[in-house]
Design a protein around this ligand. Sequence first.
Ligand SMILES: Cc1ncc(C[n+]2csc(CCOP(=O)(O)OP(=O)(O)O)c2C)c(N)n1
Ligand SMILES: [Mg+2]
Length: 704
Amino acid sequence: MTPAQTEQSHLTVKTGTSKTGTIDSHSDSEFLIRAFRLMYTSRRVDDREILLKRQNRIFFQISAAGHEALQVAAGLALRPGYDWVYPYYRDRALALALGVTPLDMLLQSVGAAQDPASGGRQMPSHWGSSKLNIVSGSSPTGTQYLQSIGCAEAGLYLEPKSDRITLVSSGEGATSEGEFWEAISAASLRNLPVIFLIQDNGYAISVPAEHQTPGGNISHMLSGVPNLWRREVDGTDFAASYKVMEEAVAHCRARNGPALVHAHLVRLYSHSFSEDDKFYRSAKEREIDAALDPIVTFPQQLIENGILDRHALQRMTHEVDQEIQEVTAVALEAEPPAPNSALTNLYSPHQLNFESVERFSGEPKTMVDLINCTLAEEMRRDPNVVVFGEDVADCSREASLCEVKGKGGVFKVTAGLQTEFGTRRCFNSPIAEAAIVGRAMGMATAGMKPVAEIQFFDYIWPAMMQIRDELANLRWRSNGDFSCPVVLRVPIGGYLNGGAIYHSQCGESTFTHIPGLRVVMPSNALDACGLLRTAIRSDDPVLFLEHKKLYREPYNRSPHPGADYTIPFGKAKIVKPGSALTVITYGALVQKSLLAAIQLERKNPEHSLEVIDLRSLSPYDWEAIRTSVEKTSRVMVVHEDTLSWGYGAEIAARIADELFSSLDAPVRRVGALDTWVGYHPQLENAILPQVEDVVREAEKLLSW
Ligand SMILES: Cc1ncc(C[n+]2csc(CCOP(=O)(O)OP(=O)(O)O)c2C)c(N)n1
Ligand SMILES: [Mg+2]
């Protein structure tokens, strides 16, 4: 087909302003036929999966039926393996257009060990391929938005001259999530090269768009967002979709800021095979949508315009059917994942040797000073380390930086980092904790080393979805294909007086309960330095809990141990050897346990306590616990967090289970009362465990 014919055709596909549109180098007809082949393949894989689900040979099905035209247009407008893509579960045709094969897809449907996206760990349609830069998708609606922001930020940081872009996709329902709005805000603030692709099929499971979005139209709602390029398009029309996608891609490649493509299309099948849309959609409505099926309308247009004849169409569909038949047979024969592979890729297999010796120099420094110093040293060592969070920079208005002292964090942990390393490497984020974690995750996936701060542990909860459902499992769910080694620094704990409910809580066991997440909590300056450096150099996500009360204590200071000093994860420290009773503790209770030990031994020298500072809370040092309990035969777990369902419950249960025959007394626990930390010091002291509580409970055990 000549360009002139293209112009006359109803199917005009213009290349817009983009210089990279594949349509220039191929004839239009070839391009359009290729597009249809991808659309048809997508539908046939969906239909094959539905058949397999009916036969109970796969366990879940969700389709792209009705979304194919837009998705293929989006995929063809991108550069596969170059641009980053954060897809959602309905993106089968997009994934195909980017290079995922029907066999790859069916291997995931059957849950095969060979499933390249997840090794049989994720439901079908959870795309992922590091080769194709398709970041492993998850099931929560909207989490992908924040990660795509971090990824785009990493692109600008790591390759300032590149024209690589990031595309993130979801349905219209997912735009109700706060994370979508946090992502729009971050993209607009930082003028990021991200395409938000909203596939509006009018329904989020059973909820129609007008009950989901005020006014029923998400792009109208976004009209006030500064520098957000927006277009609405008929997503059942391939040519229109491709044109808009090309424009959006060109806009982002030219670094003109973010773009939003709001595509109106139809969901031809139920939300998933697990439900029936006849329960909430009228027959008339379904009929209207069916008439817009792009798998029917697009080839009709191709035939009407002389691009494809009926025989060629039949040949092509036959070929696709044949291919799907063949790959189905292969997938059905594929081996399932071995049961003993369940723990593979939970943590990085590349655990560096983090054991190193101290080379002390200078005067003793506080924990806050050594953390600050370690951050600076690691930023000097590795240009990809960046620090961000709420108030962590010295002064956001750079022009004033030379006039002011600088903020550097509410606890001054990050003081001076912006001044030394520039705003690119130490910057303030909006007050949006999910965004802090999600963005950090995207940055880490794209090759940076973000050290993000959550200002207070008490405010970590908006980020919980990102931490639990995303950060901790990206490596596992992609079977090692992706990772996100983020360090999340979080000031935690009480005893400062006046912190009350929202500036004093602990709650670490909520996080030690998360597989794949490393949780550490140093009790002194030296450990904080060594563990933070290990965290920054490690390949796993780490929750680094910094006890606020310990930041400036005189007793836990240390001289600088050297710019390469590291402490391995999962290694406890015996801070005081003893023979009569083991105290397993960490954080602020290390010092209180030591004071209790002194009191007890003063009263009775035989009552010698062995105090173990766990330092790493998950995974933790079971060997150290076992060795000590076998020696003392008596043990208690002591922590600041509330007692019931707390960290000590797990340790106590495991000791009772595995070391029962070594015990001469029950396992005891000391923790906070099961309530909130109160404002008045008298109330706070009564709620949080004190030295006397440790002494009292230890005496009970010692007299058993
Ligand atoms: C955070 C979260 N809440 C709820 C769900 C359950 N859920 C899965 S898909 C879906 C509807 C999404 O609708 P939309 O974004 O419009 O995408 P569509 O399925 O229509 O393509 C819901 C509520 C989920 N996966 N994640
Ligand atoms: Mg929808």
